[in-house]
Write a protein that binds this ligand. Structure first.
Ligand code: F6R
Length: 609
């Protein structure tokens, strides 16, 4: 999603704006731009299609010296990713950067054009500066014009405004998309998140829904949606939150894959008392697991697949009926929900628009709500009754890896807690399951050692145009996740299927050209999956089998490659089997030469529908 930065500074800001935008690159973008006030008054813009290096080249040729400015990385929604559509958008009175969507832009544009405003772009965003410009043309001061404009906008957005002739003022506004204010020494900052502000300050306040803020070098005045002046707490952001360095890795995704033993360990330590072999949830919950009639799990993409694994756990360990849906369907299905229901939202960013809308629906329907989020300050976290944080640290690669396995770790802990509370799991079961989780970081470290073999296999996969992933039970969501990882970063078409569905259609696709990746730990469903593999082998399909030693010995089918995983208890199999599919996708993409950390068309944080 788009990234926003604003600086009211003491030295030329253009370089700092671009540096901050680099820290927001992980959100995904396809054009970028900055605007400054030169000599304190005159507005100058530099914008470029494509990556930030193009903007840097433009700035090298045509430098900017202003001490105040705004910057933006744009992920195109309305209008192609051209320079003309890149932000900041400007009139003679105001420049604006915008993240999100202005839903009523067509009406606003028609109204403003009728009043004589002249639009220069095809974007929804341009309605904002045009409206502020019109109010200012009627004599309003910048803050008044912005306050009036905000009341006319519908949609979800974050905005930053810069005004020619006002060299000590930037205005920011937040509705739906996050925006943080940073306090420096005689300087002030605005940014889409604390990561953008990391080099400048660790003193950050997050605007609340509907807030807008006037920042000057000396102060920040925050208003709520009624325009009343309000205080928002300033937090000191920990150094860990700023760890966005790639270290020795070629890509953030590789770094994040390798961080998994550590971050899973951190996360589990938050939910388990390993010495006492018991689950210890960090937050007292307003609901009682024992009294729940139903659990609704709602999420998108990879987070949805984590929820799908959790469905198996909650049903098995807690005998709790689970309904699960992708948030974009759930929110519009408006399903009836039982009185004693818990709705659980899984989201790395905590800002995903559909997941957030589903949360709000469930709250309105009187459900208990809880979220598994990686960003504790996010909107989903703040609006949920209970938060179960994943402690994965900032995930920069657009393709989710460590957040996924941390989500699974949290969900497994919750399922055990639910199982105990509902009297389905005995104390002995709890001890066994918690110990299994305790061994997980070590197991993950062992799986990482399979990387050279997987890298070699990736050369073969890179030649394919289609890849099928199969799994049963909790390996089925891992098959779905494997296919998603491969398609999003290598652009190779991939499908994940429940292995038992093979003969209901996809078997027609099997030939020598299409690798079939089978995720099959030697569990109670293994024999069934072997039958499916035989069906594939009989049709000349090339099988990549991911299994453990017992599985490898028992499979009895010829494979293109067999990845032999360490033996692991059923509970932790989904977490460890996630790694080979992550590594396979990663190395395939590296061979294909794609932009692994920022794959085309994708955004890290999907704050629009
Ligand atoms: C895939 C991926 C996406 C996200 C999805 C939800 O690698 O990262 O599918 O999982 O966009 O995002 P969050 O978890 O931030 O709600």
């Amino acid at each position: 999603m788009c990234g926003i930065i604003g600086i009211v500074g003491l030295e030329p800001v253009a370089g700092h704006l671009v540096d901050a935008l680099k820290r927001l690159e992980y959100r995904g973008y396809d054009s970028a731009g900055v605007a400054t006030l030169e000599s304190g008054s005159h507005l100058a813009r530099r914008r470029a299609e494509g990556k930030l290096r193009n903007l840097e080249a433009r700035l090298a040729k045509e430098p900017l010296a202003g001490l105040i400015g705004i910057g933006h990385t744009r992920w195109a929604t309305h209008g192609a990713p051209t320079e003309a559509n890149a932000h900041p958008h400007a009139t003679s009175r105001v420049a604006v950067v915008h993240n999100g969507i202005i839903e009523n832009f067509r009406e606003l544009r028609a109204e403003l054009e009728a009043k004589g405003q002249v639009f220069a772009t095809e974007t929804d965003s341009e309605a904002v500066p045009q409206m502020v410009d019109w109010y200012m043309g009627q004599g309003d001061a910048p803050a008044t014009a912005v306050a009036k404009t905000l009341k006319r906008l519908t949609g979800a957005f974050a905005l930053a405004f810069l005004f020619p002739g006002h060299d000590d003022l930037i205005i920011g506004a937040r509705r739906g998309s996050p925006l943080a204010v940073g306090w420096g020494e005689g300087e002030m900052f605005l940014g889409s998140d604390a990561i953008a502000l990391a080099p400048f300050t660790d003193r950050v306040a997050y605007l609340e829904e509907g807030d807008w803020v006037e920042i000057t070098r000396a102060s920040a005045t925050i208003h709520d949606e009624t325009d009343a002046v309000v205080e928002r707490p300033i937090a000191i952001v920990s150094a860990a939150a700023f760890q966005v360095d790639r270290g020795n890795y070629r890509h953030f995704m590789a770094k994040e894959i390798h961080e998994q033993p550590e971050v899973i360990g951190h996360t589990l330590a938050h939910f388990l008392d390993l010495a006492g072999s018991t689950v210890r949830l960090p937050n007292p919950t307003a609901f009682d697991w024992a009294k729940l009639d139903r659990l609704s799990i709602v999420a998108c993409g990879t987070a949805y697949y984590a929820g799908l694994v959790a469905k198996y756990w909650f049903e098995q360990f807690a005998r709790l009926p689970v309904e699960i849906d992708v948030a974009s369907e759930f929110r519009y299905r408006e399903p009836p929900l039982p009185k004693n229901g818990l709705a659980l939202f899984v989201s790395q960013s905590g800002e995903t628009a559909d997941t957030l809308a589903s949360l709000r629906y469930c709250k309105a329907e009187g459900q208990h709500t809880a979220s598994v989020v990686n960003v504790k300050t996010s909107t989903i976290a703040r609006e949920s009754e209970a938060i179960f944080p994943t402690l994965a640290g900032p995930e920069i690669g657009v393709a989710s890896t460590k957040a996924f396995t941390c989500q699974l770790s949290v969900l497994a802990s919750l399922a055990i807690a639910a199982g105990r509370a509902r009297g389905v799991l005995t104390r002995d079961d709890e001890i066994r399951l918690v110990r299994a989780l305790g061994d997980l970081p070590g197991l993950i470290a062992r799986v990482l050692r399979l990387e050279p073999k997987i890298e070699k296999l990736a050369r073969e996969i890179a030649k394919a145009t289609d890849v099928l992933y199969l799994g049963r039970g909790s390996a089925y969501p891992i098959a779905l996740e494997g296919a998603l990882k491969l398609k999003e970063i290598s652009y190779i078409h991939a499908e994940g299927y429940a292995a038992g569905e093979l003969k209901h259609g996809p078997i027609a696709l099997i030939d020598e050209a299409m690798p079939v990746v089978v995720i099959a730990p030697h569990d109670k469903l293994f024999e069934k999956t072997v039958s499916n593999m035989q069906e594939v082998a009989a049709r000349g399909g090339r099988i990549v089998l991911v299994t453990d030693e017992r599985g490898a010995a028992a499979a009895g089918v010829e494979t293109l490659e067999t990845i032999v995983m360490p033996d692991a208890p059923d509970l932790v199999a989904p977490m460890i089997y996630a790694l080979p599919v992550q590594m396979l996708a990663y190395h395939t993409a590296v061979f294909m030469g794609t932009d692994v950390d920022q794959p085309r068309n994708l955004a890290k944080s999907v704050t629009v529908e």
